[in-house]
Design a binder for this molecule. Structure first.
Ligand code: SDX
Length: 439
């Protein structure tokens, strides 16, 4: 494949088949920032070949305007706004509006948006029966998959994905109801009564209220914890075409019910290689136990015969640092200080693990460093959130990105059902053998 050159229709890549000497021109599509893409849509028609890119390491699946990541520079921006500024100066409702509608809301728009989200936080009363079928020790992500998917049973006949108003309502309902569902999953696991949301609390405070209040006493949400949680939700809101977002897009490309599509995204996020890593980090830190055992676990992480990986380390896109991990590490200190936690052994262990790993040639060569999941669990734990709820917390923030990406896809006139091809390596052709003739 030769470098680009210009043709009458703009810049193109030329593909040379050396055997036949045939040249194929593939258009180049320019990004507003970041890598351009080679438009491969005509490749099969022109060459009879597919591309081959399992894991999609070099494949752009769509056009998007939501999130830009520069993996080399450790840049993350939502609609052009750096994540550092959004985390420091914005709040999660701002970011939800920004992702969904492309702009930070004016004061009036924000008031209207927050009111709409607030007034969709309650669940249909019949919905609470779903939870009673689960064992009390069911993993919250299993409950989240089922419950969010069950929303499609309540909102199917009234959801026309081609109606802008129906898309708006579906997006707002999901952002509003996912925290309520997550809090109910927690209360159910504790055997405590479900707590209804309150319309006088902000988004993060409402979630903490639903998690920790009970009918027997007053509960006042700690504003510092609510602010810390709000910032964590911002940091988890969206992240380009990651595994769970791509799952939502692929499911949604068939025109499926958006609630069911978000449930599919939750299922993908649950994996320990993805959002499930925050839970796995805490289990790993617990297994390491003390700093003397760090070298043993680093050796295991390097051992190709050992399936152990350093959870919370590495990233498909970031090759120097995950900007979210840096912000979360600072938030750790803030939350622990607010809670009067003088020494948190897990944080000390995590920071020592980071220090040693970042000086280790293996981790330096493979560009492995803490990602968003490395520190988040330590904050959740300090806030009293059980480890099993950690990935559900990730889903709380990421629901904003999932619904925004789904909405962007449905509104894209070029949207087509996603249907990848394959490299077939199976039997070429065989003919049926009756049972009595088989060996
Ligand atoms: C998230 O995509 C996103 O944007 C995701 C996310 C989001 O916001 O949506 O950022 C959220 O999922 C963060 C990642 C959380 N996962 C973990 O912390 C689990 C541990 N990390 C790894 O499983 C891994 O780093 C991934 C899954 C994150 C990335 O995997 P890749 O891009 O497929 O990289 P790879 O597995 O090919 O690894 C490259 C090399 C391999 O060695 P070689 O085969 O080249 O010899 O690095 C090694 C890997 O063995 N490696 C690790 C490692 N991660 C990669 N070795 C030890 N410990 C690790 N954590």
């Amino acid at each position: 494949m030769t470098a680009t050159h210009s043709s009458a229709n703009g810049p193109v890549f030329t593909l040379l088949d050396k055997e036949s000497g045939h040249e194929f021109e593939l258009p180049l599509m320019h990004a507003s920032i970041g890598p351009d893409v080679i438009d491969m849509r005509r490749l099969y028609a022109e060459t009879g070949c597919f591309t081959y890119d399992p894991g999609y390491t070099s494949t752009g699946s769509c056009q998007s305007r939501l999130t830009y990541i520069d993996g080399e520079a450790g840049i993350l921006r939502h609609r052009g706004y750096p994540i550092e500024e959004l985390a420091a100066d914005s709040d999660f409702m701002d970011v939800c509006h920004l992702l969904l509608y492309g702009e930070l809301p004016t004061a009036a728009e924000k008031q209207a948006f927050e009111d709409d989200i607030t007034h969709h936080t309650m669940l249909h009363e019949q919905f609470y029966y779903f939870f009673r079928g689960f064992r009390r020790d069911s993993h919250p992500m299993a409950i989240m998959c089922a419950a969010v998917g069950a929303l499609s049973a309540f909102y199917h006949d009234t959801t026309d994905i081609h109606s802008p108003e129906h898309r708006r309502i579906a997006a707002h309902r999901l952002i509003a109801k996912v925290p309520t569902i997550a809090a109910v999953a927690y209360k159910y696991s504790m055997g405590q009564p479900f707590v209804y949301p309150r319309n006088d609390l902000g988004y993060a405070a409402n979630f903490l209220y639903m998690m920790y209040s009970n009918p027997c006493e007053d509960y006042v949400v700690n504003p510092v914890l609510a602010r810390a949680l709000d910032r964590i939700l911002i940091l988890h809101a969206d992240h380009e075409q990651n595994a769970s977002t791509s799952t939502v897009r692929l499911a949604g490309s068939s025109g499926a019910n958006p609630y069911a599509c978000i449930a599919a995204g939750i299922a993908s996020l649950w994996g320990p290689a993805h959002g499930g890593a925050n839970e796995a980090v805490l289990k790993m830190l617990g297994e390491i136990g003390n700093r003397d055992r760090i070298p043993e676990f680093l050796d295991r992480a390097k051992d190709k015969d050992d399936p152990f990986r350093l959870m919370g380390f590495g990233h498909r896109v970031y090759r120097n640092h995950d900007p979210r991990a840096r912000i979360l590490r600072e938030s750790c200190h803030e939350v622990l200080e607010e809670l009067g936690v003088k020494d948190e052994p897990l944080l000390d262990l995590a920071m020592e693990l980071e220090r040693i790993a970042l000086e280790d040639d293996y981790f330096i060569d493979k560009k492995l460093f803490p990602n968003v999941d490395f520190y988040s669990g330590i904050i959740y734990r300090a806030m009293g959130i059980p480890v099993a709820m950690f990935t559900a917390m990730f889903a709380l923030g990421r629901t904003a990105g999932w619904v925004a990406q789904w909405k962007e896809m449905i509104e894209d006139p070029a949207m087509k059902i996603g249907r990848p091809r394959q490299l077939y390596l199976g039997e070429v052709e065989r003919h049926f053998v009756p049972l009595e003739e088989r060996g």
